[in-house]
Design a protein around this ligand. Structure first.
Ligand SMILES: [Zn+2]
Length: 72
């Protein structure tokens, strides 16, 4: 077993797959976190596919937080 640098393109799939509450896309929470594309609202963490969605969520979080509440 070699101990080489982890290939960031092949990181093991994260269990944390969230749903972008704005556009509904599945989002890898780990990747979103690294890209500063997560936000917390009402004790829940939301991950976004991009800054545009994050900005829309932050502008009116309650609208999207309620809409995305069905997600596991
Ligand atoms: Zn999105």
């Amino acid at each position: 077993m070699t101990d080489e640098t982890v290939n960031t393109a092949e990181v093991e799939t994260s269990d944390e797959i969230g749903t972008d509450p704005v556009c509904g896309m599945p989002v890898d929470v780990e990747i979103a976190r690294e890209s500063d594309l997560v936000s917390e609202y009402a004790d829940r963490q939301y991950a976004f596919c991009g800054r545009a969605c994050r900005d829309r969520f932050l502008a009116e979080p309650i609208a999207y937080a309620i809409a995305g509440r069905d997600a596991p």
